[in-house]
Design a protein around this ligand. Structure first.
Ligand code: ZN
Length: 242
């Protein structure tokens, strides 16, 4: 296979995925900057696989500190990391996993004030969030700025994933009830977070490389309790701002 501008160490590192993604796909990943919104459970899984697959840059955003009760599912944070800022704890491991990936750490929350500035740093956003308020902030700003947003959510054994592409798919507000309240503590099993986060990354990789069929305009619903998966079509809501 021609290296097409990839270094020989990259050709080796990605040897098992190159037959699927191609050198061109790998180069597209390398030229992609991703905002990981939240580096908790979902964000840990997403960031690990995004680093491993070889995206060019990750911007890790979270204002949380690692706590003992995070460790059943937030696999980028280990016992020694308790008390550290999550993006810093995550960046330490990700840099060791794949030094080719540039990592930017942002230890602030995502707010109405900074959301646009954060989105302008990247090409695409992936959801590692645990609350609707921030999701809707990202959804609106990403749609406005024309940045695709891979939505992922978890509750117990259930998970949901879709990719929102401005101008091509409905936005998140179209799809979800307008007033969703975030429960104080969402019950979660780490392995289910792993399934859902991995699916979100797979969608992102397909979208960026153009390999495979992306679930655009479709919500993937994963029910790990019965181990069933289904998709339903998303329809734009009348009078939605998007
Ligand atoms: Zn909408």
């Amino acid at each position: 296979m021609s290296s097409g501008g990839l270094a020989s160490h990259e050709m080796k590192r990605y040897a098992r995925q190159l037959p699927i993604l191609g050198v061109e796909g790998q180069r597209k990943l390398k030229n992609t900057k991703v905002l990981v919104a939240g580096v908790g459970g979902l964000g840990s899984v997403e960031a690990i696989y995004l680093a491993a697959v070889g995206v060019g840059k990750l911007v890790l955003v979270d204002n949380d500190i690692v706590e003992l009760s995070n460790l059943n599912r937030q696999i980028l944070h280990w016992t020694d990391d308790i008390g550290k800022a999550k993006p810093i704890s995550a960046a330490e491991k990700l840099r060791k996993l794949n030094p080719n990936v540039e990592i930017e750490v942002v230890t602030e929350g995502i707010t109405r004030e900074n959301v646009e500035e954060l989105l302008k740093k990247v090409d695409i956003v992936i959801d590692g969030l645990d609350n609707w308020e921030t999701r809707f902030l990202i959804d609106e700003a990403a749609y406005r700025l024309g940045k695709p947003y891979v939505y992922a959510g978890i509750h117990g054994f259930q998970g949901q994933v879709t990719i929102i592409v401005p101008g091509e798919t409905p936005c998140l507000r179209c799809v979800l009830p307008p007033k969703l309240r975030t429960p104080q503590q969402i019950p979660v099993i780490g392995s289910v977070v792993g399934i859902v986060g991995s699916i979100a990354v797979t969608e992102l990789v397909k979208y960026v490389t153009g390999v495979g069929e992306v679930a655009k305009g479709k919500m993937l619903v994963i029910d790990a309790y019965s181990m069933e998966m289904f998709k339903f079509e998303l329809t734009p809501r009348k009078n939605c701002t998007c």
